[in-house]
Write a protein that binds this ligand. Structure first.
Ligand code: EPU
Length: 428
């Protein structure tokens, strides 16, 4: 199939642009917090109850994997309530078919190792945004006492016992830190993780594990200390709001020249993106759980550079770039986390943007009126950026391959329609 052969594609979105978004949008629970929390339920034989779980494809894929391991899953998708019964979970194989759909299946390694001292998870490959090795995860498991080998494509981890240790990550890794924490909570003795990721999703996992009986200090810092305990028990936990979903709507509202309110959000988790929007001339007002965004006539060019939390998130880079196509000048968007996260650039250029890749940064010449066209989504956040661009473009934009969007945005087009967007899904 050639790159432009859209004839056998699944669902697509059509957007008639040029409408200013107005109104309110309710932010869902965070996909990247829900995934490690679901995996963490394995650590207790008594299961876990989660609330505010977003009904997105990645969550459903992980729940399938949980069922494969023997968990009983009760997901009330409308209310976001998820009850996981993990009594009969076994350390069975997580096959290629699941891992290829979602790399975050690697999050099962840590808790399986923690509870059963073994894990068999198919090795994930690279993906559209980069090579994404898991060497840091494996080194952490090895430090905790696990043997590691690859057999027929499966990463096999076995540990006679898990012993507390010092783990020093070379790179800041979000799921690597989460895996190390989950493998260490039932270890013998103390584990200290240095250069840990301090994303809010990592903190949320720690808060839930503490409710389950884990002993963790240093939450929200780059030095996490875990005192191993013998067992964990059932708990109830509410997933934090999705800061990336919230950021996406903030960019969409601003790019459309509109004004709107985000509800059920934690503004603290979005300090830098908010600062960047304000620099761009957008009025942003925050309440305890709300953010309101009001665009004015001009958007000013603003440079961003992605970095680990609390820096500007790589997961909002593509959406911010779409906004910058509307700025009245030149801006630079630098990506430092993933080596190949610019696949939206060519697609945005199809809409008339003037973007040029220069190493790990993109030069954005703003002020171009975009025109609707057929474009292709390449990954989750790239898809969101194409929708944002389509909202600002004249005419109709069709975004193909939107299964990427369904992996991580709960009711994306419904929420945008509620804000006044003219957007519809076409199922082939
Ligand atoms: N890395 C290594 N070795 C490792 C682990 C990571 O070299 O063992 C590298 C990666 O290749 C990357 C960098 O370190 O260059 C950071 O990767 P990280 O491990 O932090 O990414 P991740 O844990 O795989 C999570 C999110 C991503 C988000 C990144 C960065 C989940 C399920 N995924 O991925 O979310 O972009 O952190 O914040 O939490 C998304 O939601 O669209 C998404 C891609």
């Amino acid at each position: 199939m050639s790159e432009l052969d859209f004839s056998v594609m699944p669902d697509k979105l059509t957007i008639r642009g040029g409408i200013r978004l107005t109104g309110s949008v309710e932010i869902s629970g965070a996909k990247n917090a829900a995934l490690p929390l679901i995996a963490a339920s394995i650590l207790s034989e008594d299961g876990l109850e989660l609330n505010n779980v977003p009904d997105v494809m990645d969550v459903r894929t992980l729940l399938k994997a949980m069922e494969r391991l023997g968990a009983i899953v009760d997901f009330q998708s409308e209310s976001g309530r998820l009850i996981l019964n993990t009594k009969n979970v076994r350390p069975d194989e997580i096959p290629y078919d699941i891992v290829r759909k979602m790399r975050a299946s690697v999050l099962l390694m840590g808790p399986l190792l923690g509870r059963f001292r073994e894990a068999h998870v198919y090795t994930p490959g690279g993906c559209a945004i980069g090579a994404r090795p898991i060497d840091e995860h494996i080194q952490a498991f090895q430090k905790l006492g696990a043997d590691y080998r690859i057999e027929s494509g499966f990463a096999i981890l076995r540990a006679p016992k898990i012993k507390g240790t010092q783990i020093l990550f070379d790179r800041v890794t979000v799921t690597g830190t989460e895996n190390a924490i989950m493998a260490a909570v039932l270890a013998e003795g103390e584990t200290i993780i240095e250069h840990a990721a301090n994303e809010p999703e990592v903190a949320d996992l720690c808060h839930c594990l503490i409710k389950m009986g884990a002993e963790i200090d240093g939450i929200g810092t780059s030095r996490i200390m875990i005192q191993g305990v013998n067992s964990l028990s059932r708990a109830t936990h509410r997933v934090i709001p999705d800061r990336i979903e919230a950021g996406t709507y903030m960019m969409a509202i601003a790019a459309s020249g509109g004004s709107g309110n985000l509800c059920g959000v934690n503004p603290e988790h979005l300090r830098i993106p908010i600062e960047k929007l304000v620099e761009a001339g957008v009025t942003v007002t925050t309440g305890e759980n709300t953010i309101s965004v009001k665009a004015h006539h001009d958007i000013h060019p603003v440079d961003v550079e992605t970095s680990p939390y609390p820096g500007f998130p790589t997961d909002l880079q593509a959406q911010f770039m779409a906004l910058m196509t509307q700025a009245d000048g030149v801006s630079f968007v630098k990506e430092t986390i993933f080596e190949n996260r610019f696949q939206h650039v060519q697609e945005l250029n199809r809409l008339g943007a003037r973007l040029k890749i220069d190493g790990n940064r993109v030069i954005v010449r703003g002020g171009t009126p975009l025109q609707g066209a057929e474009v292709m989504a390449t990954d989750l956040r790239a898809s969101a950026s194409l929708v944002i661009a389509g909202l600002t473009a004249s005419g109709t934009t069709t975004v193909h391959r939107i299964y990427h969007l369904d992996r991580g945005y709960h009711k994306f087009e419904t929420k945008l329609r509620n804000l006044g967007a003219d957007i519809c899904r076409i199922s082939e």
